[in-house]
Design a protein around this ligand. Structure first.
Ligand code: RIB
Ligand code: CA
Length: 314
């Protein structure tokens, strides 16, 4: 049985990723840690509690950092809604978060399960950076971090070069990349096109069950954002794609081991993650530091969608 901690700024695409893990039999979600990001921390926490409840599960939720470690907070309420979940008044959890802080839960769980815990990081990585600052040695006993973050080998979604989870706290992402923890990066470049829910998927989820209907309804603002921005009737689910890679290694068609550098000093490049892929560029070996991440280059979108649909509409 795999043991996951899911670190999330529960917005609407996070909710689908949470559902995928919660509905997978051979994964134990030992805890969910919430962080600021898509919406303020209080929303992330209530949204996570609600998602667990909708799935009929009992998984503890722990609140983490309400602000990035250095920069002023940014949100994505313009994309996900003010509550992060479509602003349809869906969020009325009957449970409360645990009293323990997310960072302390993370460290305690890793100490008691060395080399077993996989962390699926689907929001800004403030909690992970704080845990590394507090106890780097314990964090080195994490089996692997699966990170939805960076623009991968494509363009940014928040600036031309930065993806939201990194842009929201680039200093924390830099700390993560320098930590020595095994990390797999799933960039935003895999999340559009065939990986997104199309009109047929959306209608099927809307009519299948209360769980699948919640998964679509909480993404209403994201759908409206895409219609306004590009006229496309689609719901892109970056965190669900990252969760798919974490759950199913056979959907990965290509990946590369590389040194990744997170830019934090210049305003125009803040949050850019430069991937020194030695296969693509004439990177002179001696100036490229050792590889620090595995970066996904391509996935089987059809297989991903088939597996995700089977879980959500199971
Ligand atoms: O850039 C996409 C990421 O930013 C996703 O995790 C989404 O939930 C937002 O947090
Ligand atoms: Ca997220």
């Amino acid at each position: 049985m795999r043991k996951f901690i899911i670190d999330t700024d529960t917005g609407s695409d996070d909710a689908v990723a949470l559902m995928m893990a919660l509905l997978t039999d051979d994964v134990e979600v030992v805890g969910i840690t919430t962080v600021c990001g898509n919406a303020p921390l209080e929303c992330s926490t209530k949204n996570a509690l609600m998602t667990v409840e909708v799935c009929g599960k009992r998984v503890p939720v722990y609140e983490g950092l309400a602000k990035p470690i250095m920069r002023e907070p940014v949100t994505a309420v313009n994309v996900h809604g003010n509550d992060g979940m479509g602003d349809l008044d869906l969020i009325h959890p009957s449970t409360l978060p645990q009293r323990m802080h997310a960072v302390d839960f993370m460290l305690e769980t890793i100490r008691s399960n060395p080399d077993e815990i996989e962390i699926v990081a689907i929001g800004p990585v403030c909690n992970l950076a704080a845990a590394i600052i507090k106890d780097a040695a314990t964090m080195k006993r994490v089996k692997r971090i699966w990170s939805m973050g960076t623009s991968g080998f494509g363009a940014g979604n928040t600036t031309p070069v930065a993806e939201f989870n990194v842009y929201a706290d680039a200093e924390s992402y830099a700390i993560l990349l320098q930590s020595g923890i095994p990390i797999t990066i799933i960039g935003f470049d895999h999340c559009l096109g065939p990986a997104a829910l199309n009109k047929t998927d959306i209608e099927a989820w809307r009519s299948h069950s209360s769980v699948s209907r919640f998964a679509v309804e909480c993404n209403t603002e994201l759908l409206n954002y895409n219609l306004k921005r590009s006229g496309e009737y689609m719901i892109d689910l970056p965190d669900a794609v990252a969760m798919g890679v974490a759950l199913w290694d056979d959907i990965v068609l290509d990946s590369v081991s590389a040194y990744c550098h997170c830019c934090t000093t210049e305003p125009h490049t803040y949050g850019q993650v430069i991937i020194y892929n030695k296969n693509d560029v004439l990177a002179i070996e001696q100036i490229t530091p050792p590889d620090n991440a595995t970066v996904i280059r391509s996935i089987d979108h059809a297989l991903f969608k088939e597996r995700m649909n089977a879980l959500i509409c199971g």
